[in-house]
Structure formats: C-alpha cells, structure tokens
Write a protein that binds this ligand. Structure first.
Ligand code: ZN
Length: 443
C-alpha cells in the first residue's frame, strides 16, 4: 500500500507508517555460483536463482513494466505539482479556501481537500494501471471494488492525518518563519514514532485481517519459538500474527512492525501455503533479525536524519522559488496556503534524488537480516544454506522476479538486494566451517 508515497513526503507521519516496516520479500541482479561436484570437477555456472523459460519471459516483461511505471509515477507526481503552480490551480484552490471562511481551520482543510482530490485523480490512471498489471501477471487477486475501497481508506487517512500536519506546519511557519524546518521536524518525528506505534493496531487492520498465528498454526509457532530461542531472545507467541494476505495477493512475505508494546512479527498466510516449514523458519529468522537488531528503531532514527535534511531543503528551496516565481504563481509568501504545493514540490524532488541513499540503507539492513536468518536456523533445519536459497527461489518465482535486473534500477529503487544476489549469498554463506564464525551467534 502506498499512501500516495512520494508526493506527500511532508506528511511523513502517515506516509512512513508504510515504509518503516521491514519485510522479507521484494524483487530482483544475478550472481552465479560456481559449483563443485562431489568428484571435485567444477560444474558450469548455475545461478543460485533461476526461472524456467516461460516464467523468465513473464518476469522480464513484468519487471520492466513495473520499473517504467515506478519512475513514471514519481515523475508525474512531481510534474503535476509544477503544473498546479504554473497553471495557477494552486492559487485558485487558495482563493476558494479563503473565500469560504475566515476561519483558518476551515481554510486549511478546504485547501488540502481540493489539493488531495486533484492529485489523487491525476494519479489514478497510473495507479489503476499498476493494479491491472499486478492482476494480469497473477500477483494480485484483488477485485476492483476492494481495490477502490482501499484507495478510499487511504484517501481518508491521508486527509485526516495529513490535514492535521498541514495545520501544524502553517502554525509553526507563522511562529518561526525562518526556523520552521527545524521546529516542524520535532512534532513530525513524534508523529512518525506514534504512527509506527499505532499502525499495527489501528491502520493495518483497516486493510487486512490479522489473527494470532497460534490459532491456525500451533505447530509452526512451536517451530518458530525454537528459532527465537536460539537467538536468546523472546518473541512471545502473542506477538506472532498471521495476515490473510491471500484475499488480495499471491506473493509470500513476512514483516516486523510496530514499536514497544505494538512490536510484532507478521507472517502472510500465502507464505505458509507456499513455503515449507524449513523455508518459513528461514523467512521468520530473517524477520527475527530485524527484531533483534533493532532495525525499526534504527530506521526511525535514519528517517529522522533524512527528514531534517529534506525539511531544510524544503525551506530554502521554497524561499528561492517564491522569490523567483511567487508573483507569476500568485503566491504571496510561505504563509499562503498555496505555498504548500511549493514546499511539496521541493521535498518530493529531493526525496526522489535521495532514494539511492535511503534504499542503500535499507538494502544493508536487509542483508544483515538475511545473515541473521541463516545463522538463526543453524541446528534447526538440516541445511541452512540450501534452505535459504530455496526460500529465495520460491519467493522470486512467486513474485515473478527478474533474475537479472538492471544495476541502475537496483541501485536506485531496490529496498532489498536482488533475489539473485540474496540467493547466491545464501548458497555460499557457511560460517560454520573451520576458521569462520557466525556474525550474530556464538556457534
Ligand atoms: Zn527484511
């Protein structure tokens, strides 16, 4: 689910509820492994992750379409903000809001409603095409009615939480015209932390059904408790949830989410249907890695640094744009409601340019979780290397992951290392041979 992601970067408290969640899945570069057979002869290179020919064709087509679409959505998101300014639509929205009432709350929420309606409608064709693609390639089984329902819920949530943040932003701008980027950052971070906390309790259940994992899979819970116990930590069974993902999607996944009392591990029911208990143990071990290595807290801290830079850029970029184009766009200054579009334009563009950094950070965390996951199942499954590699094979095959994605696309857009890379690492990682030692475990 994307709460209209990029475009509303400013409204991170809502938007971040999605991203600060660490999952196991995700698409796609290839790294072959040279295998040595029992007789010592070196076999021709066989990739650790590969697809049968007809699936390979589909995977390549699907991943290309998604890449193009992803960049198109981002580009269009930025272009439409520019159009709203240049065509005077942002100023018109401001006029409507100001004419309607003298009350600033009414003005702010009216302006934001118009803005959200227009940008949502402008985004709709690409969003619908994205859903169409995922159905066409068998990744989604969600009907249009349910899909539109999710969009409507996302819209409502963004309107309420985003609107509140917009009111706060303009209030802070009034109080501290030159330092608002810092003063606004403080409550935004509080909202991020709060958002991460309540998301699993309040937001996620609006979109999917959850139940305690032990309810339907007591044997699996017992198995997973072994993985947890090996890590010397505790994830009580009531912190393990099953998500009924199969009502909407076909791919498998699991993730760690929440904060403090809401911290939990969620396994999709699709994973349980399609992966073996050994493979699920690895997937779960990976999630345990996020949990044990405090990736949620680190992710929030990293987000804080990124946001502070984005807000600082937002302030300076907006000053510069208003000085140059303010008269042409009919925007008097930063306290003009229409200035929201200017600041979002700057922050969205900066957020897009920062993607390689944020995704690089995410890939490093995901790799650490892969290492942890493989170490965590040592002694529990017969062959951790083969199990982890097999899990990536199932994951990649199910989500039609291209075994050879472009290096540039991986660098810019991948929140996880490519499946090929992860599978190749899994196949070669064996810290239990003489002279090596596991990174996160004593043995
Ligand atoms: Zn992960």
């Amino acid at each position: 689910m994307r709460f209209r992601g990029m475009m509303l970067v400013l409204l991170m408290a809502v938007a971040l509820v999605g991203p600060v969640r660490l999952a196991v899945a995700q698409a796609g570069s290839s790294a072959g492994t040279t295998q040595t057979a029992d007789d010592g002869s070196v076999q021709p290179e066989k990739p650790a992750y590969s697809l049968p020919p007809e699936k390979l064709q589909q995977a390549i087509a699907y991943s290309r379409a998604r890449t193009v679409l992803g960049f198109a959505e981002t580009g269009w998101g930025i272009a439409q903000l520019l159009l709203l300014l240049v065509l005077g639509i942002a100023a018109w929205m401001r006029d409507v809001a100001v004419r309607r009432s003298k009350n600033r709350w009414v003005q702010g929420f009216t302006f934001f409603l118009l803005f959200l309606l227009v940008t949502t409608l402008l985004d709709l064709p690409l969003s619908m095409y994205e859903h169409h693609l995922s159905v066409q390639y068998g990744q989604s089984v969600q009907h249009w009615g349910s899909w539109f329902g999710d969009q409507a819920k996302g819209f409502g949530l963004t309107y309420v939480f985003g609107g509140a943040l917009v009111m706060l932003l303009f209030w802070v701008m009034g109080k501290s015209p030159r330092r608002w980027w810092f003063w606004f950052w403080l409550p935004t971070m509080a909202a991020v932390v709060f958002g991460v906390f309540i998301s699993p309790l309040v937001i996620d259940p609006l979109f999917n059904k959850f139940e305690p994992l032990s309810q339907s899979n007591p044997a699996l819970v017992a198995r997973l408790e072994q993985v947890v116990a090996r890590g010397g930590i505790e994830i009580p069974a009531d912190r393990m949830f099953l998500m009924k993902a199969s009502e909407k999607v076909t791919g498998l996944n699991a993730y760690v989410t929440g904060f403090g009392a809401s911290k939990r591990v969620v396994v999709w029911d699709t994973s349980i249907a399609k992966a073996t208990p050994d493979e699920i143990s690895f997937i779960f071990g990976h999630e345990t890695g996020h949990y044990v290595l405090n990736h949620i807290y680190k992710g929030i801290a990293f987000t804080g640094v990124v946001l502070l830079v984005l807000f600082w850029l937002g302030f300076h970029g907006m000053q510069w744009l208003l000085a140059r184009y303010g008269a042409r766009w009919r925007i008097a200054g930063q306290r003009d409601w229409a200035a929201l579009v200017v600041v979002l334009l700057v922050v969205s563009a900066a957020a897009f340019l920062s993607e390689p950094i944020t995704n690089g950070y995410s890939r490093a965390q995901e790799h650490a979780a892969d290492v942890y996951g493989q170490e965590a199942i040592h002694g529990i499954v017969a062959d951790p290397q083969r199990t982890a590699q097999a899990a990536f094979q199932v994951l990649g095959e199910q989500s039609l992951t291209d075994p050879n994605p472009s290096k540039f696309v991986e660098f810019w857009t991948f929140g996880h290392p490519s499946v090929s890379r992860r599978a190749a690492f899994a196949a070669s990682y064996n810290p239990w041979v003489a002279g090596q030692s596991p990174r996160y475990f004593v043995k």
